[in-house]
Design a binder for this molecule. Structure first.
Ligand SMILES: [Zn+2]
Length: 265
């Protein structure tokens, strides 16, 4: 189980609720909460050291992103997350993020884009860091870029949906990176760096079509890794793995990244 969010910590109600959502989402994605398992409000309130209100709000938010079922008089149960779910999540993400980056093109200050580009270049050159530091920095850079695009798309509904769903997207991303870390496989991190730079370069060139294409390629590419990492039926995993493994195994590691060992699926 994830770390407990103390009721005594000086954090706001909203942050406490968000921390509970993130914690439960991570537990679902990692398989620590099993499909069909009941989530009892009283037990969760004791676990997180909080009142029932933020627990109920967190459960409603998790139902809203399709990770649990809330049934009248039966409470909350964990949904089974399949590779089909991951594909559908990524399809929705691709539609939203491609529209956001297309709309954000020309609306982001060049200095902000240059600063992000430098951050990715720095990350690219820091292959000697400890793996945990490296993944944390990659996570921060990824979140900064996608948050900047969402905040700049000039569409509050679109930005709001991206903000609502980003917990789900990032839980998938983090599980996938943990999966790669456990295999000492840095290939996806290297690919992501190249994909992010392509998005930034298109934004710097004010080329909305290229930015949208680069974002689409980024999300399609990530979907294969997300599908492999999330606990699902062995058959579904094997189907995704088989169709994509030849491409991913031939991908070269980016300069500056630790070289990847052959993937064992
Ligand atoms: Zn990204």
């Amino acid at each position: 189980m994830s770390a407990i969010v103390s009721n005594r910590s000086p954090i706001s109600h909203g942050l406490r609720r968000q921390a509970i959502i993130e914690s439960l989402l991570s537990d679902v994605m990692h398989g620590r909460l099993r499909p069909g398992q009941h989530l009892v409000t009283q037990e969760l309130a004791e676990r997180y050291g909080t009142s029932h209100t933020p627990i109920r709000e967190a459960l409603i938010a998790l139902e809203g992103v399709g990770m649990i079922n809330l049934l009248p008089n039966r409470g909350a149960t964990v949904r089974r997350v399949t590779t089909q779910d991951i594909r559908e999540i990524c399809q929705v993400r691709r539609v939203l993020e491609c529209e956001a980056v297309r709309s954000a093109c020309g609306r982001i200050e060049l200095a902000q884009l240059q600063a992000l580009r430098e951050a990715f270049d720095k990350l690219n050159a820091s292959g000697g860091h400890s793996l945990s530091t490296f993944i944390q920095e990659a996570r921060d850079c990824d979140s900064q870029l996608h948050d900047l695009i969402a905040a700049s798309c000039d569409n509050q509904i679109l930005a709001g949906e991206l903000n609502r769903l980003k917990l789900l997207f990032r839980a998938c991303r983090d599980v996938a990176w943990e999966h790669d870390k456990s295999r000492n496989d840095y290939r996806r991190l290297a690919e992501e760096a190249r994909e992010h730079l392509a998005i930034i370069d298109a934004l710097l060139a004010c080329d909305a079509r290229a930015a949208s294409r680069a974002m689409s390629a980024h999300i399609r590419s990530g979907m294969n890794y997300w599908s492999r990492a999330v606990p699902a039926s062995a058959d579904a995993k094997a189907a995704v793995s088989t169709s994509k493994s030849s491409k991913s195994q031939s991908a070269p590691a980016a300069e500056g990244y630790p070289s990847a060992r052959p993937r064992i699926n």
